[in-house]
Design a protein around this ligand. Structure first.
Ligand code: GRF
Length: 224
């Protein structure tokens, strides 16, 4: 059973999906700690409700981003975290953070930081992915679970789900449909990581025992 550290700045619905999947033993993991940079974040309340340690590391007062991240690393290490999951975490992590959670022999080349992005990367990275998607006029969007590297949403992709864009969609309606897929996808990716089934080959993430067509079907069960 691996120990997760979840970083969240907002309401924490992805955190909730992870907590629920752990509680139902759908993933071989437990959430060891939830850390937020935002004192009133809903994610903290969800953690407490689940009996999980909830900590605030306020960004005010940290001399720079690296010092802030080293403070985070210290908190995560205290809770013996094996994998860090960014879940609506609204800060970019620094190289110092990524070095602290780099690959180990057990992770077979995979870094130990995952993120979920509400878009089909590499399209529409960064903030306001749904706004970018609607402004562009894309017919499809979705969500992506990826390992984190030093860029903005540029790390190796684990799994993606596709969501059609409807003519009447607003940012809010699109976000809601994508979010439902996020809640399905993130626990799945964490489960594969926890089972030691992920490995990195260049930029490509391999999933032991899952053929590419199967992975696509798991990600997109609505498509025949
Ligand atoms: C999600 O759409 C996630 O992909 C993005 O921020 C949102 C967070 O939502 N990075 P929540 O806090 O998990 O509800």
């Amino acid at each position: 059973m691996i120990r997760l550290g979840v970083l969240a700045s907002g309401s924490g619905t992805n955190l909730q999906a992870i907590l629920d999947a752990c509680a139902a033993h759908r993933i071989d993991a437990e959430v060891a700690v939830v850390v937020s940079n935002v004192p009133g974040a809903g994610a903290l309340e969800r953690a407490r409700h689940a009996g999980v340690a909830a900590e605030v590391v306020p960004s005010k007062g940290a001399p720079d981003r690296e010092a802030y991240d080293l403070g985070l690393v210290e908190r995560l290490r205290t809770h013996r975290v094996d994998l860090v999951c960014l879940a609506g975490y609204m800060r970019l992590v620094t190289p110092a953070f990524l070095r602290a959670f780099g690959p180990t022999p057990a992770t077979r080349g995979c870094p130990r930081v995952l993120n979920i992005h509400p878009g089909l990367l590499p399209a529409f990275p960064g903030l306001h992915a749904h706004r970018q998607c609607l402004a562009y006029g894309a017919r499809f969007t979705g969500c992506t679970v990826h390992f984190v590297d030093e860029g903005t949403d540029t790390g190796p992709i684990v799994i993606q789900a596709v969501v059609p864009v409807l003519p009447e969609d607003t940012e809010e309606t699109l976000a809601a449909r994508v979010l439902a897929e996020e809640h399905r996808l993130y626990p799945q990716a964490i489960h594969w990581f926890a089972q030691g089934r992920l490995s990195l080959d260049g930029r490509r993430v391999r999933i032991d025992g899952v053929r590419p067509a199967e992975a696509a079907a798991i990600a997109n069960p609505q498509v025949d």
